[in-house]
Structure formats: C-alpha cells, structure tokens
Design a protein around this ligand. Structure first.
Ligand SMILES: Nc1ncnc2c1ncn2[C@@H]1O[C@H](COP(=O)(O)OP(=O)(O)OP(=O)(O)O)[C@@H](O)[C@H]1O
Length: 252
C-alpha cells in the first residue's frame, strides 16, 4: 500500500535547482533510502517532505492527502517525524526530557480539551515519562534513562534523537545520516535499530552515506544527482546501474 507519493517535486533557490522534477512512491512498512553524491539534494528533499521548505512545484501525498507546504507541526500530527543531520538535542535537559519533548507533540492543542483534562495532567505526565523510558530502552539507551544529555556519547545522542522522533508515534520517520560520525560498533547499533523500527511497523526513509548500511537495510533506494532522480530500485538494481556507478565515480 502506498504511504507517500511524490510527484514532479522541485525547489529552486535563486538559480540553484536543488531538487528538479523528482517523483517516487514509498510503500508502508519498508526501509527506503535516498542516496547520491554531496550536494545532490537529499537533505533538501527531506526538508520539502517534512515541511521545512515549500516546493516551487510538485505534489506530495501522504495516504492520498496532499501535504505539500504544510508546517512540520501539522505533519507531525499526521504521523511524520524526522531527525536532523546535525544533532538537535537540548544539552541542558535530561535524556528523558528530550524524548518527552517529542511525546508532548501528541498532547491536545485545543485549550478547552486541555482544561477539561486538567485533573489528569499529572497522571498524563507520569505516563509520558514511562513511555519515554520505554522508548529509550527500545533504542538501546536503557542505562541513560536518568542521565543528563550532556553526559552521553555522540553515538548515544544520535539514538536519543531517534527515540525522540519515535515518541511522536510516527507512521513515517525520516532519518538524515543517522550513522554520520559514528564508529563501526555504534553504526551497527543504528543499523539494528532501523531494522527494529521497520519491524515494528514504522516506515523509515533514510539518507545515509554508509553504503554498507544502505545496502543492508533498504527495501528500495532512490538515487539523486544534481537534484534529479538518477535511478530507483532495489539494492541489487542500484548496484548494477551504470548511471549510478558513473555518478559515484565522477565519470560523467
Ligand atoms: N536554503 C538553501 N539556499 C540555497 N541553496 C541551498 C539551500 N539548501 C540547499 N541548497 C543547495 O541545494 C543543493 C543540494 O543541497 P543538499 O544539502 O540538499 O544536498 P545533499 O545531497 O543533502 O548533500 P550532502 O550529502 O552533502 O549532505 C546544494 O547545491 C546546496 O548548496
């Protein structure tokens, strides 16, 4: 079943055509990777789909509903979450509080409903804490439940950011270079976590330069080059595609 459908998506920054007429679909429950050389438009594509940028042209449909141009908050309410290439963790908060920031997006925004709910707010807070602690265990950070964020290693913080995205109970999660800067052991932990997320029913879209990880995890791969779609297919199809090989070896 198609979860995300992107049609003829483009964005121009002045004269720079960062994404040009890119179309693809993502089925629910899969791991879908976006790869391409530096500057190919991968992060810009994430920013378009997650509401950070408005497209110049094109449509994005989530479960058939047009979502292009919607704000990140509106998209979060529809089950779209993401992590960033550069860590977006509040270092002066505890690890658990960072995860709860994600969970709070789930609370009612309607003030009347929130007021009616008031007597149970404490209970709700306790429940969110419990859920955040469980999510930290899910991503392999059980030992850090009572830690401050600034006491955690970079590898642990990358997984903390993933657990915060999961706290929004998303259907679709965008991970922008979750293994960047990690050592092989930490990379392996992220690799296993992405698989676990997909197995739990979350659709994962990955931008990652670690090709071993991409080939190991991806059900399908989209290759961008100079903002355009160069190829799309299974890992095996992408590995054998002469255009992809040329783009990566810089022979065109
Ligand atoms: N806000 C912006 N204003 C102007 N140009 C931008 C903006 N964002 C991205 N670009 C340009 O769009 C192009 C694509 O950039 P993008 O960061 O999406 O590439 P990428 O594939 O994610 O690269 P990398 O692998 O290095 O992270 C680049 O030429 C970049 O300079």
């Amino acid at each position: 079943m198609t979860l995300l459908q992107v049609d003829q998506l483009s964005i121009h920054f002045g004269g720079v055509k960062a994404v040009q007429n890119v179309s693809f679909t993502i089925d629910a429950g899969i791991v879908y990777s976006v790869i391409g050389p530096n500057g190919a438009g991968k992060t810009t594509l994430f920013n378009l789909i997650t509401g950070v940028y408005k497209p110049t042209t094109g449509t994005i449909r989530l479960d058939g509903e047009a979502i292009e141009g919607r704000s990140p908050n509106e998209l979060a309410e529809r089950g779209v979450a993401r992590t960033f290439q550069n860590l977006q963790i509040c270092m002066n908060m505890s690890a658990l509080e960072n995860v709860m920031v994600g969970a709070h997006l789930q609370l009612d925004r309607n003030p009347l409903k929130a007021a009616l709910r008031w007597p149970t707010l404490r209970q709700r807070d306790a429940q969110l804490r419990q859920e955040a602690a469980e999510l930290m265990k899910f991503v392999g950070l059980g030992e850090y439940v009572n830690a401050r964020a600034d006491a955690m290693s970079y590898g642990a913080l990358k997984r903390l950011e993933i657990s915060r995205a999961l706290a929004m109970k998303p259907r679709l999660v965008f991970l922008d270079e979750p293994a960047a800067g990690l050592n092989p052991t930490e990379t392996q932990a992220v690799d296993e976590l992405v698989r676990k997320m997909a197995d739990s029913g979350v659709t994962v879209v990955l931008v990652e330069h670690d090709m071993k990880m991409v080939m190991n995890l991806s059900d399908r791969i989209l290759v961008l080059d100079y903002g355009k779609k160069l190829a799309e297919g299974t890992g095996e199809e992408i590995r054998r595609n002469p255009d992809v090989i040329a783009a990566y070896l810089g022979t065109h």
